[in-house]
Ligand binder design. Sequence first.
Ligand SMILES: [Zn+2]
Length: 387
Amino acid sequence: MRNIASQEEILDLKTTDIYFLRARKVLRKIGFNPKVVMEITCSSREQPWITLSGLDDLTELLRGKKVDAYSLPEGTIFPPRDMNGIPIPAVKVDGKYLDFGMLETPMLGSLSQASGIATKASYFKKRIGELPLLSFGVRRMHPALAPLIDRNSYMGGCDKVSSIIGADRIGKKAEGTMPHSLLLLLGEDRGWKVYDEVIEEGANRIALVDTYSDEKESSLRAARAIKGLNAVRLDTPSSRRGNFADIVREVRWELDRNGKKGVGIIVSGGIKEGDIEELKKAGASGFGIGTAISSASAIDFAMDIVNIEGKDKTKKGKYSGSKNVFRCRKCHSYLVSVNTREKCPSDGSQMESLYHKVVENGKVIYRENIQESRNYVLEQLGWYQLS
Ligand SMILES: [Zn+2]
């Protein structure tokens, strides 16, 4: 593929914005390479919270560079700004400017897109709750990004992912139903039946029921064709939806009346955050979310110098000084401070200092634990609200 940069090219600064290379040329020429502290923050107030992800790629960029880096733990949910309106630095890097400054472009890109996807997945999970949330969005993005999309969707709260490589990346089995093309090729009844016969035992039986006929009628036929049917999937085209929640409600009603209470209803196809509540009420028991998560807006992270050779200094619009990030163990609110210990201004509890060292003098200390980070996300989802 001609449109993918290799890791080698990225580390060789081929994806770096040229102005950083010009800055390097100037600084090298005059022999100036000061020690600096740089922080990565998102000043925008657009998101109610950010779910931090992407430390795998970010730390990899700093491997072998003579720097120390600190970060909030992966999976941390934090508002862009603390209780006093100060932007919360998600990551802090400490070293000589020329040893890492040129990596600003790939560092920001790694963190911004991964966190954007994890953040959106966490919003969906918050709204969906205990019901299964499936990541179906790899098809809408460049295929080379499939592992990135599925890893970060899962980290943010998706329960399953659909791509083989994405499932490998998170150490799980891929999940899916059946494509319309199978039912077009074989017909609905034959397609469901043969699928049930051929697909290995243990894999979920989820029948797609919107190919030709009415969803309600097809659901009943599918439930008869596949004995151990786990669920039906409604991917109804938008031109036929009318009120999608009402279709789900009707299907639920008829399945129940025909002794199929155990057959769930998975909904997919262009579902937005705002649709979830109504679909849940109508009886949806699982959600396949595609583009809304895979093409989530990147988090607007920026990287700025906040200290030069021990002196606090930054550009206007930013806050100088090397900071620490604290979270109250009781009320879970955030405080940015230059101190090493803080008490919560609202309830007086000792606050937790969240920074962890992820790179020490070029050695990557960060250890990925996707399952643990995802559990951490789920725990925090109970602490914060979406409007
Ligand atoms: Zn508190």
